[in-house]
Design a protein. Structure first.
Ligand code: NAP
Length: 253
């Protein structure tokens, strides 16, 4: 009898997903809970977070809501402590919270640069530093950072966003090397254009152009990204670390 190729049973594991209030974070939280993990849902918006948690719970999952701005170092540490205290550990961390504040270079304001770098890159650093502690103690952990093809290819109007996501990729590769000795893997998923509120603001004409440029001829769906995260969180990915998995319909090929 051959073994199943992919086991995504995450029963008994504790996961934390940032930016879980909507979009990709909500879908990732749903997939992890569906695979049996207890999911700590983190977001800056209490209302959206409550919706995500009741969605997960009504599907039979175990979830809790933790309101947190990922740029607030003290609150990030408290959140990780609360999760470890409540559920006895932390096995899977998904750094997903992120924003765009697009503008061409010469017109880009300081606060557009700072807010994007702060949330996308500093937030990933703060949660990774806090989450790594229990993972190192456990000798087991999975950290999955949501980057972007913008961080690989560049994208006009997104100097701040591309820099933050390229930073996330460099950070991922370094932390993968630092934590590997204790069986903690660190990988990134780099989505192309995915149908969420973030891309809805681009408008129909731009989205049609993106579909034409994408070899697979469509936008991605949140499920496409959640599947990749689930794989990296699963036992099947235990020998993968420091990798950037593009989920972009071939856009960056
Ligand atoms: P989204 O729909 O805008 O959702 C982002 C979530 O993050 C929101 O719930 C938002 O809360 C939360 N958030 C924002 N700032 C936060 C903070 N300081 N602390 C905690 N939570 C915060 O975005 P998405 O499309 O799902 O994107 C999720 C991730 O994927 C981001 O890192 C993004 O860069 C990346 N990504 C997306 C695409 C795409 O095409 N959609 C492509 C490549 C990469 P509020 O609702 O209160 O703002």
């Amino acid at each position: 009898m051959s073994q199943a190729l992919l086991s995504t049973d995450l029963s008994g594991q504790v996961a934390l997903v940032t930016g879980a209030g909507r979009g990709l974070g909500r879908k990732i939280a749903e997939f992890l809970a569906g695979a049996g993990a207890k999911v700590a849902c983190v977001d800056i918006s209490p209302e959206l977070l409550a919706e995500t948690v009741s969605l997960l719970q009504s599907a039979g999952g175990t979830a809790m809501a933790l309101v947190c701005d990922v740029t607030n170092s003290q609150r990030v540490n408290e959140v990780v402590d609360e999760v470890v205290k409540a559920w006895g550990g932390l096995h899977i961390l998904v750094n997903n919270a992120g924003i765009t504040r697009d503008g061409m270079l010469l017109r880009m304001k300081d606060d557009q640069w700072d807010s994007v770098l702060n949330i996308n890159l500093r937030g990933t650093f703060l949660f990774t530093r806090a989450g790594a502690r229990p993972m190192l103690r456990q000798h087991r952990g999975r950290i999955i950072n949501i980057a972007s093809v913008s961080g690989l290819m560049g994208n006009p109007g997104q100097a701040n966003y591309s820099a933050s996501k390229a930073g996330v990729i460099g950070f991922t590769r370094t932390v993968a090397r630092e934590l590997a000795g204790r069986n903690v893997t660190v990988n990134a998923v780099a989505p192309g254009f995915i149908a969420t509120d973030m891309t809805a603001t681009l408008g129909e004409e731009v989205l049609e152009g993106i579909k034409k440029e994408t070899p697979l001829g469509r936008l991605g769906q949140p499920e496409d990204v959640a599947h990749a995260v689930l794989f990296l969180a699963s036992e099947a990915a235990s020998f993968i670390t420091g990798h950037v998995l593009t989920v972009d319909g071939g856009l960056s090929v």
